[in-house]
Design a protein around this ligand. Structure first.
Ligand SMILES: Cc1cc2nc3c(=O)[nH]c(=O)nc-3n(C[C@H](O)[C@H](O)[C@H](O)COP(=O)(O)OP(=O)(O)OC[C@H]3O[C@@H](n4cnc5c(N)ncnc54)[C@H](O)[C@@H]3O)c2cc1C
Length: 466
């Protein structure tokens, strides 16, 4: 029988939060005993899953090494926590082991949301997060490829078909991975444009164009109504009486419409929560004694208006983990909130967004004005000088930057990071127009014009007209 465990710090979950926090906690003096419980054989780099599906990298390259946890002296425990008694500081694992802890960090992440409708758990309906999810998809693709080789008339067979529900970054990256496998791909989005949380309609045109060039059938303003079939889905019903028929042997559906926090194993009377996750204070402390939480399993606030905001990104999870670890080590540190800088790529087009979109700002009752500017990404006479388009969103009342979107052929994520920092620091249009920048023929437009400065300068004149 496996032994019970006693530890100073128990971390439940071995994703980015578990890894980051364990490494920091192990540097505390005196060094605490730190145990990380995780069910999977491997932690994964989820962001790289589409490229494993595409065939660009082997799946194994997405596995993280256990030494990320164990090198710092933390112990890795394979298992799943079934329940927590926070008052008595005891967690119980599914195999019956008890872990008695001094402090606990919940880092249990989130799992892909499946809409509550018949057929959603059929055998050819997948979500994308875990190694198991990815292996199911890879074997579905391999099955079809195998049939093609075995069937001499394969070339006359219609291509394997996939219906991807949700055109956020995960859905788009999935759609492109299936196109790389020569599938017929239908991408369904209920909003009127792709990446609705990242960019506004007026920025989405080039993304739509790139998806069409890649051969993705885009169904915008279209809702998934129902899935027909028992063990296997044979027909997808969409709004507007549209249907897509599926061959149950080969075709499949992928759902990527958001994430649900993994918190059901926790007693609701001990752990305050919303539908988006555990409620934590600015120190990442939960409502339970000596328990902190960070990452996808928590609900938190916008760093812009202090209201609730979704933010299930690794780039939020890791800073939250740092804040939680510092507080657990006795150094009071506050988490400023989500800004949600994020980026994706479609063909040669890189797309980034940060802060509020214009549409989202309006939904929060914030009055804004916007400006946008396009330049080339290199000096125009240089080879392959693609373009950079920047949209900036400023709050009318304060003139501070509250959102930005960038489309371009290079250096998009870098610009988004700079603009996120400007949002974090409450920079105004005038201040941003005074940004000091660099210029070089291969890397930027002419020294006389920097797209961010131009857009901010334009915004200053617009702000003065208000
Ligand atoms: C396909 C995909 C692509 C993504 N791309 C990006 C990207 O490009 N950029 C970006 O910033 N973010 C991206 N994300 C989001 C990012 O991966 C998550 O925000 C991040 O992993 C959250 O980290 P976490 O540690 O909070 O949770 P997770 O990484 O989800 O880790 C949670 C861990 O807790 C474990 N666990 C859960 N319940 C229990 C239990 N009861 N007992 C023990 N262990 C438990 C889980 O098994 C897991 O090990 C992507 C996500 C997906 C799915």
């Amino acid at each position: 029988m496996k032994k019970n465990i006693e530890t100073d710090v128990l971390i439940i979950g071995g994703g980015p939060v578990g890894i980051q926090a364990s490494r920091m906690l192990c540097t505390s003096k005196p060094k605490p005993r730190v145990h990380v419980v995780r069910p999977e054989d491997y932690s994964m780099v989820y962001c790289a899953i589409p490229y494993a599906i595409e065939g660009l990298i082997p799946l194994e390259k997405t596995f993280k090494k256990d030494s990320l946890v164990t090198d710092s002296g933390a112990e890795l425990v394979r298992g799943t926590v079934r329940s927590v008694n926070a008052r008595d500081h005891i967690a119980i694992l599914e195999d019956g082991r008890e872990v008695t802890y001094g402090k606990m960090l919940l880092a249990t992440g989130a799992t892909p949301f499946r809409p509550p409708m018949p057929g959603v758990n059929a055998q050819n309906v997948f979500t994308v997060k875990t190694e198991a999810d990815t292996r199911k998809i890879l074997s579905q693709l391999a099955r079809n490829a195998q049939c093609d080789t075995l069937d001499p008339g394969a070339h006359s067979k219609p291509p394997q078909k996939v219906v991807v529900i949700g055109a956020g970054a995960i859905g788009i990256e999935q759609a492109l991975a299936y196109r790389a496998n020569q599938l017929e791909v239908h991408l369904i989005e209920m909003q009127n444009h792709v990446l609705p949380h990242l960019i506004d309609t007026d920025m989405a045109g080039p993304v739509t164009e790139q998806l069409a060039n890649a051969g993705v059938h885009l169904h915008l303003g279209t809702r998934l109504e129902s899935l027909k079939g028992d063990q296997y889905i044979t027909r997808v019903h969409l709004s507007g009486d549209e249907t897509i028929d599926l061959d149950p042997e080969h075709d499949f559906v992928v759902i990527s419409i958001g994430m649900t926090p993994v918190i059901d194993f926790l007693d609701a009377s001990e752990f305050e929560r919303t539908s988006d996750g555990l409620v934590v204070d600015k120190h990442m402390k939960t409502s339970a004694p000596d328990v902190w939480a960070a990452g996808d399993c928590v609900a938190y606030l916008s760093g812009i208006d202090g209201e609730h905001l979704g933010g299930k990104l690794a780039t939020n999870a890791v800073p939250m983990a740092k804040v939680a670890a510092r507080n657990m080590m006795g150094t009071p540190t506050a988490y400023p909130g989500f800004f949600n800088g994020a980026a994706t790529i479609v063909g040669k087009l890189r797309i980034g967004g940060t802060g509020f979109t214009e549409t989202f700002a309006a939904s929060r009752g914030m009055k804004v004005y916007t400006s946008d500017v396009t330049t080339t990404a290199r000096f125009p006479m240089m080879p392959d000088a693609g373009s950079i388009k920047i949209k900036l969103i400023f709050e009318k009342e304060s003139d501070r930057l509250v959102g930005a979107q960038v489309l371009g052929t290079e250096a998009v994520a870098e610009r988004i990071d700079l603009l996120t920092f400007a949002i974090q620091r409450g920079v105004t249009a005038l201040e941003l127009s005074e940004l000091s920048y660099s210029a070089q023929p291969w890397q930027t437009f002419f020294p006389a014009r920097n797209a961010i400065v131009e857009a901010a300068t334009l915004a200053v004149s617009m702000g003065q007209e208000q």
